[in-house]
Design a protein around this ligand. Structure first.
Ligand code: GTP
Ligand code: MG
Length: 213
C-alpha cells in the first residue's frame, strides 16, 4: 500500500478536493450529495480545522487576516459527500450592509439546502458562543439541522480549563430544543481529531457518532 493510500485508509476525508467557490445560492451545484457545512466566526480557526480534518496543509486557506473567506467554498470527498466552508465574520468594523448580505447568503443556505446533513460550528475555546455562533445555532435549529461544536485552539488552555469550558458550553447548548453536541479540538495538536471525524461521519449517516467524554 502506498503512503498516500494508507493515509486515505486512516483518514476518511483525505481524498477531499476543492470543487467550487460560490458567491450566491444560485451558483451552488445541484444538491444531490450529502453536505456538511463548516461555520465559525472570523479567525476562530475554521480553515485550520478543515485542513486538519482532511489531513491537508492547504486545502482551505489559513489566513492571518480575519474575514478573508467571503464565499461558500465547496470541497468534494469522493464517495462520501461534500464539505461547505461558509464565510465568517466577527469584527465590529464589518459594515452593516455586509452583515446583511452574509445573513441572506448563509441563512438562505442553511434553510434551503436540502442535502445539508449537519453543521460543524467552530468556536475558539477561549471565546465560545459569540453573537455569530448564536445566530448560526438559531438558523440551524429552525431548519432542523443537527450541529456539532468544535471548541478549537484547546492547546491554548490547560487540560482543566479546557474541560471546564467544554462543560460550560455543553450546559448552554443543553437549553436548545435540539441540543448540539460539543467537543474540544485543536488543529495544532490534533486533539479531538478522531472524535470530530467520527461525529462528521455520524452526521453523514455513515457511522455512529463518537461518544462524548
Ligand atoms: N494555537 C492554535 N492556533 C490555531 C488553531 N487553529 C487555528 N489557529 C490559528 O488561528 C488563526 C486563524 O486561523 P484560521 O484557520 O485562518 O481561521 P478562520 O476561522 O478560517 O479565519 P477566517 O477564514 O479569516 O475567517 C491562524 O493564525 C491559525 O494559525 C489551533 O488549533 N491552535
Ligand atoms: Mg478561513
Amino acid at each position: 500500500m502506498t503512503a498516500a493510500r494508507s493515509a486515505a485508509a486512516a483518514n476518511p476525508f483525505a481524498r477531499a478536493q476543492f470543487l467550487i467557490s460560490c458567491a450566491d445560492l444560485a451558483q451552488l451545484p445541484r444538491d444531490e450529495q450529502p453536505e456538511i457545512a463548516f461555520a465559525g466566526r472570523s479567525n476562530a480557526g475554521k480553515s485550520s480545522a478543515l485542513n486538519a480534518l482532511c489531513g491537508h496543509k492547504q486545502l482551505a486557506r489559513v489566513s492571518k487576516t480575519p474575514g478573508r473567506t467571503q464565499l461558500i467554498n465547496l470541497f468534494e470527498i469522493p464517495g462520501l459527500g461534500r464539505f461547505a466552508d461558509l464565510p465568517g465574520y466577527g469584527y465590529a468594523e464589518v459594515p452593516a450592509a455586509m452583515r446583511k448580505s452574509w445573513g441572506r447568503l448563509i441563512g438562505g443556505y442553511v434553510e434551503v439546502r436540502t442535502n445539508l446533513r449537519g453543521v460543524v460550528l467552530i468556536m475558539d475555546i477561549r471565546h465560545p458562543l459569540t453573537d455569530f455562533d448564536e445566530q448560526m445555532l438559531a438558523w440551524a435549529q429552525s431548519a432542523g439541522r443537527p450541529v456539532h461544536v468544535l471548541l478549537t485552539k484547546a492547546d491554548k488552555l490547560g487540560y482543566g480549563a479546557a474541560k471546564n469550558q467544554l462543560l460550560q458550553v455543553r450546559k448552554a447548548l443543553a437549553a436548545y430544543p435540539q441540543p448540539p453536541t460539543a467537543q474540544v479540538f485543536s488543529a495544532q495538536s490534533r486533539l479531538g481529531l478522531e472524535d470530530a471525524q467520527s461525529a462528521i461521519l455520524g452526521l453523514l449517516g455513515l457511522a455512529a457518532p463518537a461518544s462524548q467524554s
